[in-house]
Design a protein around this ligand. Structure first.
Ligand code: GDP
Ligand code: MN
Length: 355
């Protein structure tokens, strides 16, 4: 699962990594004091170039900028929140990341002395194998300091790398990227941005993980912005089969979505919200074969979605498995019909769309 920047920075802070002072702005909430940098919290990069990072120095521009950011779509995402941070007076921007080298069964630290929004254009990344020890951080920190030409910051870099690797390992991360790592005018190094991906399979040992909005995104794959049918299924195999069946019928699937085993009402509701970001959806095909997942949880989410999402397209639902009877009763009480097979769901959706 990919975290939002503010979630990732909260974790960094816990590991004594330097992050800017920050607060979170939600729609309709209090505006922060100027000067401040406002950053759209969407789970994709390239926000700077898309206009999703704005420095506000004048209070009179605050409301307008906040409204503008909440309305700004970045690669298909609009933010649920905006991160408001103290402005960093930037001297230089560096790139640091930790990734897993699967072949070597090791962690690799990658660095580039030209960090910032154009880092994709760089070809000459340096990399070193690191582990969680102090000596590894000392050696690598000295090399990074030399490469960055920041010899005066060697101790800071050694500490930073030690904490970064510690954070990576203890958080069960699969990616931890600081870009930019900012050298500010008065001399300190600060994580200007952070991209972090966590290993979903490790969730069982992190009861503190509650990144609901991102969790629901985990198994969502966009197939087409112009699709006319959204799909919701559980299990990657069933989800793929559902997408294939929709496409075979001549309709255009917008997405692949595997809600996963043990999906809760909350996470399924978030899936609906995600689907509502697509403009051309005329039908939602729901195909659940419940094992660990419970049909009644899915049914409750469907009911909540119908109540909360005013423009929800027609639903074509096939449920089977655990707690089917409870689900059927819940849905029937609200006059939501179930169809016995996926085939029938798809032909009903086709009729809805093509008349
Ligand atoms: P991304 O484009 O999604 O990676 O978003 P970033 O958080 O990395 O911000 C993009 C760029 O905006 C950075 O590389 C900086 O150049 C600039 N930026 C972000 N925060 C600040 C800040 O506090 N002060 C200044 N001067 N520039 C900033
Ligand atoms: Mn960045």
């Amino acid at each position: 699962m990919r975290l939002l920047e503010h979630e990732a920075k909260t974790i960094l802070k816990r590991f004594n990594l330097p992050v800017p002072r920050a607060s979170l702005v939600v729609s309709g909430g209090d505006a922060p004091d100027t000067p401040v940098v406002l950053k759209s919290q969407v789970p994709v990069g390239g926000r700077g170039k898309a206009g999703g990072v704005v420095l506000v120095r004048d209070n009179r521009q605050m409301t307008e900028t906040i409204d503008q950011l909440f309305g700004l779509d970045i690669k298909g995402f609009k933010p649920m929140a905006i991160l408001a941070e103290e402005i960093l007076e930037i001297e230089s921007e560096f790139y640091l990341s930790l990734v897993i080298d699967r072949n070597a069964a090791a962690i690799t630290l990658m660095a580039n002395k030209n960090g910032g929004v154009d880092v994709e254009d760089q070809t000459d990344f340096k990399s070193w194998q690191v582990d969680g020890t102090r000596s590894s951080a000392d050696v690598t920190g000295a090399l990074v300091a030399e490469y960055f030409r920041l010899e005066s910051h060697q101790f800071a870099l050694q500490d930073l790398i030690e904490n970064l690797v510690d954070c990576f390992i203890k958080s069960d991360a699969t990616l931890l990227e600081i870009n930019p790592l900012v050298l500010i005018k008065d001399g300190d190094l600060v994580a200007g941005d952070c991209k972090m991906e966590l290993d979903d399979a490790a969730a069982f040992r992190h009861p503190d993980w509650s990144f609901q909005d991102v969790v629901a995104d985990t198994n969502f794959v966009e197939l087409s912005r112009s699709g006319n049918v959204a799909t919701i299924a559980n299990g990657a195999g069933l989800a793929m089969a559902t997408v294939d069946a929709v496409a075979d019928s001549g309709l255009k699937p917008a997405n692949f979505l595997d809600i996963g085993g043990g999906a809760s009402e909350e996470s399924v509701l978030l899936a609906f919200e995600r689907i509502m970001e697509y403009d051309g959806i005329r039908a939602i095909v729901i195909n659940i074969f419940a094992g660990i997942t419970r049909c009644d949880e899915v049914a409750k989410a469907i009911i909540a979605a119908q109540r909360q999402l005013p423009n929800l397209p027609p639903l074509f639902i096939r449920l089977a498995g655990t707690n089917f009877e409870q689900a059927k009763q819940l849905l029937e009480e609200r006059s939501i019909t179930l169809l016995p097979t996926l085939e029938q769901c798809i032909s009903a959706a086709k009729k809805e769309i093509e008349g």
